[in-house]
Design a protein around this ligand. Structure first.
Ligand SMILES: Cc1cc2nc3c(=O)[nH]c(=O)nc-3n(C[C@H](O)[C@H](O)[C@H](O)COP(=O)(O)OP(=O)(O)OC[C@H]3O[C@@H](n4cnc5c(N)ncnc54)[C@H](O)[C@@H]3O)c2cc1C
Ligand code: SF4
Length: 551
């Protein structure tokens, strides 16, 4: 079987589409600050900014109101939000000092925790590594947190525009001046249909990009501005399910080992969500070696293990979804996260600590810093790159970078496989990240060659295990069938590459038909995995994609 080098088949980033030099249209809507993405980063930014304005006004200053807008591609807030999630409440506490943890939109405190090393039939309990302790944290649904944050933002006068994806950054010289939204109502060939709505330009003195993992705008801006990082960003794909169960789960559980091959990095999570629900998922680094590896299918196999089976049996699958996680860590952080008229916050930058699988509080905290830098810039009448670089300094001095520095080589150690990686990770923990000294260099995920290992047949039973089409149904995806494809396929896609894409995508978007690739674009749930390893994802009609309720 031939080896596949994914990067060889990948389409280039469509920079001409994502960065637009033409001036905003005459009907452009003017904002002071425009935030792209209503996730924890974008909403924390909006709330902090609105509060800074109010506080300044209460002090009796001549601070005018600011027109703050948040654009979100999901049809309504939270529908594209997916996380584990165990939340460190630190950023919630800082953003809402007047509230108690019991006021926050969490499901329950972490009741206890356990880590297991798995083989196909057994689960061996291991000591919990210090980087994975969750005492004092809470389990939660990111959809619910996002809706709750959205209500707070709206109450402070922030304008929330759900169903409006940012299609491109509008630029003028080196400055970002706002965004253009995606058209809707196009037919399959890309021509305006009866429901056509043309793109809208929104201009802003400052644009805060908080578009989440593998963000198209962030990638484009960094390429255009030639902003690099010591290592390329790495990604993992997480596939997640929520189940209704008869008995509550009494601990936050993580597993390593089976069903992953030894040369893949990842593990599973199994979290209690109150007395009758559990969340479970499998996260796998996208630098795996087997071209037939399929994260969705591995999650289905995982549920057959006694550790999961005894909890789930007799229960019911409520929701299914998937999303990528930026996991390159400290050395993959871009050297600049600010520029002329623009700031970047949350996962689009890569603020995730991989050993603890945490990004929500970093996203919120970075959003709050972005708000403070934006407010100071607007007050001083200076939104240049020099003025907004204050944000980079805040980030560099924060616990976000402090935490990520301590675990800087942890993910990178696992490029030599689970066992070597495990030993190295232990030494890194003991030395606070000082072992092994310098940076471990990594290639980007798409540069790792893939060789197919003979697949083992798997037939879902429709009770405990599900195929991809049933799974997508459980994501609530109701994308218009006649939408044009938003996925840009590269050249030289052979039959083997088509097979590879069909395994990469958890939502069954890609199929090999004969020796050709068929793309079922409406199935896409915006996880961005193929943007990392295959066809490019671009923004599409607002409201397309999943409709998550409790992810
Ligand atoms: C499987 C999994 C498990 C995880 N577990 C945990 C955990 O237990 N604890 C934890 O702390 N973290 C966890 N994380 C990480 C955490 O979810 C992220 O770090 C966090 O959600 C990042 O917040 P964000 O606001 O930057 O991005 P997001 O939450 O992704 O929000 C970005 C928003 O921007 C929108 N958007 C994107 N592009 C556009 C566009 N062009 N126009 C308009 N809107 C756009 C998206 O629809 C989305 O609503 C997990 C992640 C995954 C995938
Ligand atoms: S096509 Fe959509 S759902 Fe499939 S991997 Fe790519 S982004 Fe994810």
């Amino acid at each position: 079987m031939p080896t596949i080098l994914p990067i060889r088949h990948q389409a280039p980033l469509p920079l001409d589409r994502l960065i637009r030099r033409d001036p905003p249209g005459a009907e452009a809507i003017e904002m002071d600050v425009l935030i792209v993405g209503a996730g924890p980063a974008g909403l924390a930014c909006a709330i902090e900014l609105a509060r800074l304005v109010k506080r300044e006004q209460e002090r009796g200053g001549d601070q005018p109101d600011l027109n703050i807008g948040v654009l979100e591609k999901a049809g309504s807030l939270g529908e594209h939000s997916l996380s584990g999630s165990v939340v460190n409440p630190r950023a919630f506490r800082e953003l809402f000092p007047e509230l108690e943890p019991s006021d926050f939109p969490f499901r329950q405190p972490v009741p206890g925790e356990a880590v297991y090393f798995m083989t196909e039939g057994r689960a061996q309990r291991m000591p919990t590594p210090p980087t994975m302790h969750n005492r004092g944290f809470y389990t939660a649904s990111l959809c619910e947190m996002v809706r709750w944050l959205g209500e707070r933002a709206e109450a402070l006068g922030v304008n929330l525009f759900a169903g409006f994806p940012a299609d491109a950054l509008l630029i003028d010289g080196t400055a970002v001046r706002g965004v253009r939204t995606t058209a809707s109502g196009l037919d399959r060939s890309g021509q305006p249909g009866p429901e056509y709505v043309e793109p809208t330009d929104l201009t802003a003195r400052i644009t805060v990009v908080a578009e989440g993992t593998r963000g198209a705008l962030g990638q484009a801006w960094r390429e255009w501005q030639q902003v690099g990082s010591p290592n390329p960003q790495l990604f993992a794909l997480g596939v997640k399910e929520i189940w209704e169960v008869a008995r509550p789960l009494d601990a936050v559980i993580h597993t390593l080992g089976w069903p992953l091959p030894n040369d893949a990095f990842g593990g599973s999570f199994f979290y209690p969500l109150g007395p009758t629900q559990v969340a479970l998922g499998l996260v796998v680094g996208l630098d795996y070696h087997d071209a037939n590896l399929d994260v969705h299918e591995l999650l289905q196999r995982l549920k057959l293990h006694p550790l999961f089976r005894r909890q789930l049996e007799g229960g019911q699958l409520l929701e299914w979804g998937a999303k990528t996680i930026p996991e390159g860590g400290y050395y993959a952080l871009p050297t600049r996260r600010s520029g002329d008229g623009v700031l970047f916050a949350g996962d689009t930058v890569g603020f995730v600590d991989v050993p603890s699988l945490k990004g929500i509080h970093y996203a919120m905290q970075s959003g709050m810093y972005a708000a403070r830098a934006a407010f100071a810039g607007l007050k001083a009448g200076d939104v240049s790159a020099v003025a907004l670089a204050a944000y980079d300094r805040m980030i560099d001095e924060s616990y976000i970078v402090g935490d990520m520095r301590r675990t800087r080589n942890m993910r990178l150690a696992f490029k030599d496989g689970l066992y070597v990686g495990g030993v190295k990770a232990g030494l890194m923990t003991v030395t606070g990240g000082r072992f092994p000294g310098g940076r471990i260099a990594m290639p980007e995920d798409a540069s790792t060659p893939r060789t197919p290992v003979a697949p083992r047949a798997f037939t879902p039973d429709g009770r405990l295990t599900f195929g991809k089409l049933d799974a997508v149904f459980k994501s609530g995806n109701a994308t218009r069938d006649t939408i044009p494809s938003h996925l840009r396929v590269g050249r030289d896609v052979t039959a083997e590459v088509a097979d590879f894409y069909s395994h990469v995508c958890p939502a069954g978007v890609y199929e090999r038909v004969g020796d050709e690739l068929r793309v079922n674009a409406p199935n896409c749930i915006d996880c961005k995995a193929t943007d990392v390893l295959g066809p490019r994802w671009t923004p599409r009609e607002g409201g397309s994609g999943p409709k998550y309720r409790s992810m």
